[in-house]
Design a protein around this ligand. Structure first.
Ligand code: F6P
Length: 320
């Protein structure tokens, strides 16, 4: 192994830059050259390559976003796109590729490995934390803390106005972010795609709670759990409360990564390079029970990660 490539792809996540820095500097430590491909697979297919030196990654450990930029690329899902990307890797004499992103990024990486036989190691970085084979992902803790700080503020106005707030958080089709934010923020309801809910039952419970002296509530809802606008209307009509919606949106993906996201990114970046040097072919680096592990790349994007439903029950018990 002489030269490796690195890309960030899919939705950005706070800590991606920390991971790029760790990959570049660990590779240099191992005596490897590093090429960064800009704009994810989009840039790889087009051959947008830049040589990365130790100084190329100075001052980025604390920066949100990704200095390599990221795109959602349709072409890499096609055999022609994979072929084009494989040709670029060959032309740039890349022996190993580190792909930083989520399940779509890893699906692309698996395809590339099949077509080019270039070794690939994935680094899980997504605020959704929806990657099998790792307990957590780069950016998840940062997004949880951003959403949590928003909920703490929303609670002030919810209490003052005696209103219900539905706070919609990201997470794509999964509820990892909503569950963690809901539990830590003391939400009275957490609506996630993994658990069926009945709006009539929720409205009845809200009415009962009001009779017992509860005057405001926070409902944390995962974006994948349904249409938040129609839920606001339904709950307002059937609960007797004034209901407001706050969609947190893209602020959850920006800003400086937390210490947890950064330390994870440092470890993942370092181990990804080590795995390539030691001969890994199509793997993802992950963390299980506090230990860094190597996971089959296909497992990471094909398997459904289990959500801890005990946290949902706990949030219910603690919010009565
Ligand atoms: O996967 C990260 C994520 O922020 C999801 O939570 C969200 O559903 C999606 O990306 C939004 O995608 P886009 O950046 O393409 O709008």
């Amino acid at each position: 192994m002489h030269r490796i490539g690195v890309i960030t792809a899919g939705g950005d996540a706070p800590g991606m830059n920390t991971a790029i820095r760790a990959v570049v500097r660990s590779a240099i430590y191992e005596g490897l050259e590093v090429i960064g491909f800009e704009k994810g697979y989009e840039g790889l297919v087009e051959g947008q390559a830049i040589k990365m030196e130790s100084r190329s990654v100075s001052g980025i450990i604390n920066l949100g976003g990704t200095i390599l930029k990221t795109y959602r690329c349709e072409e890499i899902k096609t055999p022609q796109g994979l072929r084009k990307a494989a040709d670029v890797l060959e032309k740039c004499k890349i022996d190993g590729l580190v792909t930083i992103g989520g399940d779509g990024t890893f699906r692309g990486a698996s395809g590339l490995h099949d077509v080019s036989k270039v070794s690939v190691v994935g680094i899980p970085a997504t605020i959704d934390n929806d990657i099998a084979g790792t307990d957590t992902t780069i950016g998840f803790d940062t997004a949880v803390n951003i959403a949590l700080s928003a909920i703490d503020k929303i609670r002030d106005t919810a209490t003052s106005h005696e209103r219900i707030f539905i706070v919609e958080v990201m997470g794509r089709k999964r509820g990892f972010l909503a569950l963690e934010v809901g539990l830590a923020g003391g939400a009275e309801e957490i609506l996630i795609p993994e658990i069926k809910f009945d709006l009539d039952k929720i409205c009845n419970r809200l009415k009962q709670a009001r009779k017992k002296g509860k005057t405001s509530e926070i409902i944390v809802m995962a974006e994948g759990a349904g249409d938040s606008h129609s839920m606001v209307d339904y709950i307002a009509k059937n609960s007797g409360y004034q209901v407001r919606l706050s969609v947190l949106g893209y602020i959850q993906r920006g800003g400086s990564p937390t210490a947890i996201s950064r330390t994870l990114a440092c470890q993942f970046g370092h181990h990804a390079v080590k795995m390539l040097v030691e001969g890994a072919e199509a793997k993802m680096v992950g963390i299980r029970d506090g230990k860094i592990v190597s996971v089959d790349l296909e497992y990471a994007w094909k398997e459904q990660k289990e959500i801890d439903l005990r946290l949902h029950k706990l949030a219910q018990v603690l919010s009565t």
